[in-house]
Write a protein that binds this ligand. Structure first.
Ligand code: PLP
Length: 327
């Protein structure tokens, strides 16, 4: 019987979902949504806070501050509540109201920035707000997930070795790219320890992380409007870009089979399915993808028919739960 006294001590991360029976994709999905923060960002959050503690950056008057579209904010709010720190989360209107309420219920001070930046996102505006806050007083400690090496190290030390241990024959790993902490940590681990594994980054169409033209995006999860400092393309083998309609279609396909997963999981699974069909036609390589969170945070967006119609019209985004026969 596991007994814990801090929320981050509980994290069930050894569950892999075989997608063959779910939507026909020859892929094992590592589910990272089963912890008190509800996402993979718990690992980056604890790694960054513990490193700041070790480095003596956090004192009795400190206020932690971070720019987050939601999941890291929730994880930091949990850790701050557990350790008695104050925490300011700088977010934007794409962060759903339940997430904002959850952070507030944990005692976080949530600031919603509504000014869009030149790349049609909010990231620059959020970061400028954080910079201004830090310039106003040295009480503020910005963990800076976009540049903090402890973000990727969390995955180098935990996520990647866990996958390598479970899949000694692994051939391909798919990782979604937000800050690219998960992607860079896994890519560096496999390059050093299992160089035969192909690591593929998955990003949203309209994200600028790997170059390309910025486009308006409405699905919360992956992608950036400002290239994160952590990105190092030399560590990865390939990148796939997935459109928002494909992300939504894939999320709904999996939900129709009983697995309500987060938006970025739909992006990663859609990109992986396309990449595998193209690179391994008719073959069945050992492939794993990472699912960063579950779907409840997306009930007002991806899984809401009215939201879907508002943003995508009737289109071809079928919401028919019987979209395909059971294999
Ligand atoms: C739902 C979800 N998926 C994917 C990611 C991307 O993870 P990373 O920042 O490690 O690239 C995030 C990051 O916030 C996320 O919240």
């Amino acid at each position: 019987m596991p007994i814990i006294s801090s929320p981050h001590e509980f994290n069930v991360e050894d569950i892999y979902l075989d997608l063959r029976r779910v939507n026909g994709t020859p892929l094992y999905l590592k589910c990272e949504g089963f912890n008190f923060a509800g996402s993979i960002k718990l690992k980056a959050a604890i790694a960054m806070v513990e490193a700041a503690e070790r480095d003596g950056l956090i004192g009795p008057d400190s206020v932690l501050v971070e720019s987050s579209s939601g999941n890291l904010g929730i994880a930091l709010a949990i850790i701050a509540a557990d350790r008695g720190y104050r925490f300011v989360c700088v977010t934007d209107p794409r962060c759903n109201s339940t997430t904002q309420r959850l952070m507030r219920s944990l005692g976080a001070d949530v600031r919603v920035i509504t000014t869009q930046d030149a790349n049609l996102g909010y990231l620059n505006s959020r970061i400028q707000y954080v910079r201004d806050l830090c310039a106003s007083s040295d009480r503020y400690v910005w963990l800076n997930q976009y540049a903090n090496p402890n973000n990727w190290r969390a995955h180098y030390e935990h996520t990647a070795p866990a996958i390598a241990a479970e899949f000694p024959d692994l051939e391909v790993l798919f990782v979604g790219a937000g800050t690219t902490g998960t992607l860079m940590g896994c890519a560096r681990y496999f390059r050093q320890h299992r160089a035969d594994v192909t690591v593929v980054g998955v990003d949203a169409v309209g994200s600028v992380t790997f170059g390309g033209v910025p486009e308006r995006r409405v699905v919360p999860g992956l992608g950036t409007s400002t290239r994160p400092e952590l990105v190092d393309e030399s560590c990865i083998h390939d990148v796939v870009h997935v459109s928002e309609p494909d992300t939504i279609r894939t999320c709904r396909e999996m939900a129709a089979r009983g697995f309500v997963l987060g938006g970025s999981t739909g992006t990663v699974v859609s990109g992986a399915a396309r990449w595998l069909a193209e690179k391994y036609p008719g073959e069945d390589p050992v492939a794993v993808a990472i699912s960063p969170d579950l779907g409840e945070r997306y009930l007002n967006s991806i899984y809401d028919d009215l939201w879907l119609r508002e943003h995508f019209g009737q289109g071809d985004l079928s919401t028919d739960p019987h979209w395909s026969p059971h294999p």
